[in-house]
Ligand binder design. Structure first.
Ligand code: FAD
Ligand code: NAD
Length: 480
């Protein structure tokens, strides 16, 4: 039976558009269907990541960090600026320009690769038919293979329903038109910390309410404890063990505010905020993505059930990115997209789920790959540790930015690296060296035997590797 396409990809986020481009590169006739509409009512490719996620948040993190540097840190370099003024409108316009250039770039890439970009909302029917609805039009397309990459959306809380420009999710928090005096954030996860940092740097008082009693439980706890201390020093008020009870919109002096009632170990608490950001995780976009007859299996959290190769319960139907299990990260989805394209082209491909780097783009940045020390302890693994603080790094000192450390965990007998944890300036860039080393099965000694340029932040990785063997040069290690 002839089909309209060899592959139809549903969703043009970093999972879907990468899958579509790789399919096209492999000579496969591909369509990519997406329904994202931006605030101007225009179709905009790139999904959450480019429109309201990774890119706009990093644009604001960069701008707000420069603002904070100019306010607090330039003087130590002998640079006097006088009074530093915030022009939020220009900051937001810069962010929006970056988004529109990059989303436009995806459209151009799909076109150049001859991927047919179709605008509309897709639903998978039986027999790999896809229904696409756009405005009043409905079309049916067929393909030999389907890749579902419909992504995720913010989880909403019944006790804190989104309210126009007062109780907002991450998307709302990327577009405030003035700096609120006091912001509440529900959830001390990645979004809460990143967007909380943006608005704190721009002048808001930020209180983060976190339900769990452990801060950043998936990060190495030595790093998490240091990070919590540094955020506190910066003025980010993180309150753990905070159980949200209710929210109310109040009008005080003709100004609408949000009253938040929560409980902690001391009892019932109440705080009034000018804005409340709800950042309690994301859920997969699986509502209405397939017809019952398509018979896809969902797991207990409504993710599409897939195996390690992203095959669903239906032959020829794959699912990738945030809509399936695993960390909700753009690079994880993109790698799955590439793998599935290769598999469809009958090539060998796999994703190494053990080595997906994670980054929190606060200041300092936190980045890690592999196992944490608490995971190794829980598994009863025999391991060695090497830690090197940036305060002993010449380059970090020259930069005036010495917070954080590099920590390497290696196997006790073989010395193979099991995990690398970095907190510090440019940790997001430094972690790539650790991922590469671990992909190549390196030992800590391999890094110890590698030459790093001086002075560079990377030398801290070298020193941490030396420290595993108790022979770091620029710190005095306790005798073992
Ligand atoms: P998405 O990017 O969500 O894309 C899915 C696309 O499918 C969307 O365009 C959607 O409109 C479309 N779609 C959905 N249903 C249909 C349908 N029925 N028909 C047609 N189209 C449909 N990750 C990182 O790795 N690094 C970061 O720094 C980072 N920062 C983030 C910051 C924020 C504020 C947020 C919210 C997220 C961030 N993330 C980050 C997470 C990252 O954005 C996601 O992991 C990533 O976008 C997932 O990619 P995806 O392609 O699976 O889905
Ligand atoms: P998250 O899972 O990182 O954090 C959510 C936090 O909210 C958790 O700490 C959780 O305990 C807490 N929480 C849940 N319910 C709560 C409640 N009722 N009251 C108080 N606290 C509550 O989720 P997120 O920060 O919303 O981010 C969503 C996804 O987006 C993440 O999976 C993340 O990977 C991705 N993301 C990644 C980056 C990055 O890579 N730098 C940046 C932003 C977002």
């Amino acid at each position: 039976m002839s089909t309209d396409f060899e592959v139809i990809v549903i969703g043009a986020g970093p999972a879907g558009y990468v899958a579509a481009i790789r399919c096209a590169q492999l000579g496969i006739k591909t369509a990519c269907i997406d329904n994202w509409v931006n605030e101007k009512g225009k179709s905009s490719l790139g999904g959450t990541c480019l429109n309201v996620g990774c890119i706009p948040s990093k644009a604001l993190l960069q701008s707000s960090e420069l603002f904070e540097q100019a306010n607090n840190n330039f003087e130590q370099h002998g640079i006097k600026l006088g009074s530093v003024k915030l022009d939020l409108k220009t900051m937001m316009a810069r962010k929006n320009k970056i988004v529109s250039e990059l989303t436009g770039g995806i459209a151009a890439l799909l076109k150049a690769n001859k991927v047919e970009a179709i605008v509309g909302t897709a639903k998978l029917l039986a027999d790999k038919k896809v229904e696409v609805v756009h405005a009043a039009e409905k079309n049916i397309y067929t393909a030999e293979n389907i890749i579902i990459a419909s992504g995720s959306s913010s989880i909403e809380l019944a006790v804190a329903p989104l309210t126009d420009n007062l109780i907002v999710d991450s998307t709302g928090a990327l577009s405030f038109d003035s700096v609120p005096d006091k912001i509440g954030v529900i959830g001390a996860g990645v979004i809460g910390l990143e967007l909380g940092s943006v608005w704190r740097r721009l002048g808001a008082k930020v209180v983060v309410l976190e339900a769990q009693d452990v801060f950043l439980p998936t990060a190495d706890q030595q790093i998490a404890r240091d990070a919590q201390r540094l955020y506190k020093k910066q003025g980010l008020d993180i309150r753990l063990n905070a159980r949200l009870l209710s929210t109310n919109i109040k009008t005080v002096n003709k100004r609408k505010q949000v009253e938040v009632n929560y409980q902690d170990e001391k009892g019932d608490q109440c705080e009034i905020f000018d804005k409340l950001i709800v950042a309690v995780g994301r859920k997969p976009n699986t509502d209405h993505i397939f017809d019952e007859e398509a018979e896809l299996i969902l797991d207990e959290r409504c993710f599409i059930h897939v195996n390690d190769q992203c095959e669903t319960s239906q032959p020829g139907v794959y699912a990738i990115g945030d809509v399936v299990r695993g960390p909700m990260l753009a690079h994880k989805g993109s790698e799955e997209g590439m793998m599935v394209a290769e598999l469809i082209a009958d090539k060998h491909a796999s994703v190494n789920y053990d080595l997906i780097p994670a980054v929190i783009y606060t200041h300092p940045e936190i980045a890690w790959v592999g196992k944490t020390e608490q995971q190794l302890k829980a598994a009863g693994e025999n391991y060695k540790t090497g830690v090197f603080p940036f305060v002993a790094s010449g380059r970090a000192k020259a930069q005036g930015d010495t917070s954080g450390m590099v920590k390497i965990l290696s196997q006790g007998e073989t010395d193979r690296i099991l995990g690398v944890h970095i907190m510090g300036s440019h940790a997001s860039e430094l972690i790539a060296q650790a991922v590469t080393a671990m992909e190549l099965g390196a030992s800590a000694e391999d890094i110890a035997l590698t030459i790093f340029a001086h002075p560079s932040l990377s030398e801290a990785l070298h020193e941490a590797a030396l420290a595993v063997d108790n022979r770091a040069i620029h710190i005095v290690q306790p005798k073992r």
